[in-house]
Ligand binder design. Sequence first.
Ligand code: ZN
Length: 256
Amino acid sequence: MYFDTHAHYDDKQFDADRVALLGRILPENGIELIVNIGSSMQTSREAAALAVKYDYIYAAAGVHPNEAEEYDLDELERLAAHPKVVAIGEIGLDYHYPEPSREVQMAAFCAQMELAVKVKLPVVIHDRDAHEDCLRVVKDFCRKYPELRGVFHCYSGSAEMAEEIVKLGWSISFTGVITFKNARKTREAAAVIPAERIMIETDCPYLSPEPNRGKRNDSSNLRYIAAAIAEIKGISLEEAAKLTTDNGRRFFGILT
Ligand SMILES: [Zn+2]
């Protein structure tokens, strides 16, 4: 029923109950599909291993801007060749902290975008406090490679930027942040874009939605994010679950 398009079950916060969650609890709670996202070389390997172990889990391989110094294009390309690795990510820019430098982040971002073009996979973009530069890079790549597709994950930009992203044929994904009281801007972005371009994600173990804000997150909280989308788009919870699952399947090419 639900598709969590961005989760980190490799995280050590899941060490104690990962097997119970992934093996039983999440499927029992209506979680139909998960993409476990890599954020470093090691977590990209672990994501691929989880995808091999569980039928309903897929993986993305990529190096987050905070780890930009360590990306290894050859190994990422080898990981991307696995049939259950369905995206390159998460990649992008994060100007929240001064390190790594913007130059180092930009080099890793662009190199991994080139890799995505080469291996014909969509990209998962992490954009924190770097909206202008991220959108510029994405637009440059889309001009050069119109076939390249991507999603801005944990969307935090404006409604105007969201409209520019969907014009490129790209998608936008919302986390539990959309349930927070002060997230008016995020809800506005969801309101203006076409329903067909919306995906949902937990980004667990981080970013638990209301009413579980502050606790460790897992995919069973996806229903609260689907409920927020349902309210914004004026559809039922079931429709929002189906819509976002179908959108995710189309985006990642999981059509079974
Ligand atoms: Zn993430």
